[in-house]
Design a protein around this ligand. Structure first.
Ligand code: CAA
Length: 382
């Protein structure tokens, strides 16, 4: 029988994240959203509490949490602010290729400093020309003596201006498509690493997103992750791990939208009674609750499957895709429940809709998730 109960340790992790979100994130969420402020003091507090680098094993000083544990935390943080959560968990995405493809020496060298003190890292895969087509990279990795020279531009890179380290995917020959992709670790201090200015975004405005240019950046061979031809697989295996927490993040947004809508419906009076007493609103809330519950269960299932050794390609895409679609829908219904007030920035629900939108796009647009799901599904019938 599946067991959905959480252990006492998991309950306390969830409580810790919930308390942090409610006391440190929620009170600043509207202001950071309005001003597009990157609240680094909050990220440092998250680090101090062990709420960053969640996937790094304890032997390197990380939290060493299971994916399910990570999802419990991420959902709670996202309830407070999705943008802040994106910035808090970006290290997990950036460091995952090192965990999956690094040697013991590389893991010790690159991961341990992250767990000794607060640092940010960025995952540099997406490019302006290729977008979702991750096999079509143009950033070149030219072999040069005992290393490589990287040249090219990445875009939509979370935390890039604040990061001290980048995991970078580049091609030794674009004609080889995915078979030419190699992965590298590049410190911010390397000459030629040029993060761009913050993009002005619709949502996730407490997070920072920019381009990064690599201009003739020298990288020693010792900083390449895995065999030269392994970069694409490493990127895909990384995303197999990290898409499930995006499902959790989307679930957190959806839960917040439901909480706001339900609480408001009990206070707001129309036609002589609380709108919660109108069936139209009850049906809305019931549908929202179903979507939140299903998103959470799919996310927990994907995390559980990966924790139990599954590759997780199918499960993580299902969780990410469903939960992000659910988040957008639930946030939309929360606005509808608030009526005209929901459209006003004075109330918290319009932010949730803007934040939910990105979860349908980043870490693989939902059209890509559906492509992945269909491919995995059809494999079983071939
Ligand atoms: N694990 C391991 N290997 C995999 C894999 C996986 N999950 N998926 C594919 N591969 C392998 C295939 O087996 C194949 O290997 P062989 O050549 O040995 O047969 C190879 O990779 C190529 O696979 P495909 O033919 O499936 O490749 P494709 O070009 O058709 O593309 C894709 C596949 C799934 C569409 C991929 O391009 C993709 O995932 N795109 C989306 C990229 C993405 O998610 N970007 C988000 C960036 S991160 C971000 O948003 C972060 C942020 O900062 C917020």
């Amino acid at each position: 029988m599946p067991d959905f109960s959480l252990s006492p340790e998991q309950e306390s992790l969830r409580d810790l994240a919930r308390k942090f979100a409610r006391t440190e994130m929620t009170p600043h969420a509207a202001e950071c959203d309005r001003a597009a402020r990157f609240p680094e003091e909050i990220y440092r507090k998250a680090y101090d509490l062990g709420l960053m680098n969640l996937n790094v094993p304890t032997e390197f000083g990380g939290s060493g949490l299971s994916l399910l544990d990570q999802c419990l935390i991420v959902e709670e943080l996202a309830h407070g602010c999705a943008g802040m959560t994106t910035s808090i968990i970006a290290n997990c995405l950036a460091l995952e290729p090192i965990l999956l493809g690094g040697t013991s020496e590389q893991k010790e060298r690159f991961l341990a400093p992250f767990c000794r003190e607060y640092h940010l890292a960025s995952f540099c895969l997406t490019e302006p020309s290729g977008g979702s087509d991750a096999g079509a990279l143009r950033t070149r990795a030219r072999k040069d003596g005992d290393g490589y020279v990287l040249d090219g531009e990445k875009c939509f890179i979370t935390n890039a201006p604040h990061a001290s380290l980048y995991t970078v995917f580049a091609t030794v020959d674009p004609a080889l498509r995915h078979k030419g992709v190699a992965a590298f670790v590049v410190p911010r201090s390397a000459p030629g690493v040029l993060p761009g200015k913050d993009e002005e975004k619709m949502g996730h405005r407490a997070s920072s997103t920019s381009t990064v240019r690599f201009e003739e950046v020298r990288v020693p061979e010792s900083d390449r992750l895995g065999p030269e031809v392994d970069g694409f697989s490493l990127a895909m295996r990384t995303l197999d791990q990290t898409r499930t927490p995006i499902g959790a993040l989307a679930t957190g947004i959806a839960q917040a939208a439901l909480d706001h809508a339900a609480a408001y419906s009990l206070k707001r009076q129309t036609f002589g009674k609380a709108i919660a007493e109108h069936q139209a609103i009850q049906i809305k809330l019931a549908n929202m609750a179903q979507a939140v519950h299903a998103a959470r269960l799919l996310t927990w299932h994907a995390a559980w499957a990966i924790d139990h050794g599954a590759r997780g390609t199918l499960e993580s895409s299902i969780a990410k895709c469903f939960a992000s679609d659910a988040a957008l829908h639930v946030a939309d219904e929360a606005i509808q429940t608030f009526g005209g007030y929901g459209y006003m920035k004075e109330y918290p629900v319009e932010k949730l809709l803007r934040d939910a939108k990105l979860t349908q796009i980043y870490e693989g647009a939902n059209e890509i998730q559906r492509t992945v799901i269909a491919r995995e599904l059809l494999r079983a019938y071939a």
